[in-house]
Design a protein around this ligand. Sequence first.
Ligand SMILES: NC(=O)c1ccc[n+]([C@@H]2O[C@H](COP(=O)([O-])OP(=O)(O)OC[C@H]3O[C@@H](n4cnc5c(N)ncnc54)[C@H](OP(=O)(O)O)[C@@H]3O)[C@@H](O)[C@H]2O)c1
Length: 283
Amino acid sequence: MTLTGKRIVVTGATDGIGLQAAIELARLGARLHLVGRNPEKLSAAADKVAAASGGAPPVTYLADLSSQVAVRSLAAEIAAQAPELDVLLNNAGGIFLERQVSADGIEMTFALDHLNYFLLTHLLLDRLKAAPRGRIVNVASAAHRGSRLDFDDLQGERRYSAWGAYGKAKLANIMFTYALARRLEGSTVTANCLHPGFVASNFGGDARGLMGIAFSLAKRVGALRVTDGAKTPVYLCGSAEVEGVSGKYFDRCKAVSSSAASMDKAAQERLWGVSERLTGISP
Ligand SMILES: NC(=O)c1ccc[n+]([C@@H]2O[C@H](COP(=O)([O-])OP(=O)(O)OC[C@H]3O[C@@H](n4cnc5c(N)ncnc54)[C@H](OP(=O)(O)O)[C@@H]3O)[C@@H](O)[C@H]2O)c1
């Protein structure tokens, strides 16, 4: 696989799967646009990516992706740097032990793990359409299995659990990808999503109590290394095998079935409408 000169945006590029994917993509010759929220981590990530590329240093952007104002100004900055984008890798995400709300008053998991993907994709779509074959790659999770969206309590106001909110947001990633791929039919842009595997990244690093113990034990026993966790995102960003493939969910570099709930087209369209309303994107 060579990606010489391809312009690739990676969110959550300062740690875990996103950082490793950015390093691998740089090794393959891509021109990276790295998004992070912490200036020191972003600068350290840029150094690692630059060392891997041996070519032009990556372009870096600071943004808290749970904030829609920040996502909008990030998109404007990227658009000013890149008239064309070959790939958008939506990867930044997290899990929140206690229910929190974003600067926009939206439950944090839904804001960061889903609405950020939705809004950033919309704002960069013209740039992806300007490239010969744009790709949108959404990092979802097998944690979507067993989840179902409750449109009467989408933001966990009545009932909240960290794992429940996370599973629903990752289900939303997949439903968004399928609805997006339908809208992109006939264009040059594809949209796919993936499960990276259970990866010993910094994910859940803030967890305390029982959940903290569960995360650290699980990471020690049977979790993939980040180099393996980056394989499916890198494959979807660059492989010729998936050229023209759209609207699929991948695990271990293979298209597989996602849950029955994720395939519900009426629910996908309902989620789309809610996401447009919550981000102020007009239909
Ligand atoms: N690890 C797994 O087993 C696993 C399994 C399935 C799916 N996933 C998915 O994989 C993706 C990457 O997770 P990971 O495992 O690599 O976790 P990670 O090591 O915690 O990395 C998460 C990345 O997202 C960034 N981020 C978090 N909140 C942000 C915010 N508000 N604004 C901007 N950036 C923010 C982090 O920035 P900082 O460096 O500043 O913290 C970091 O770069 C997520 O979408 C996750 O749901 C992970």
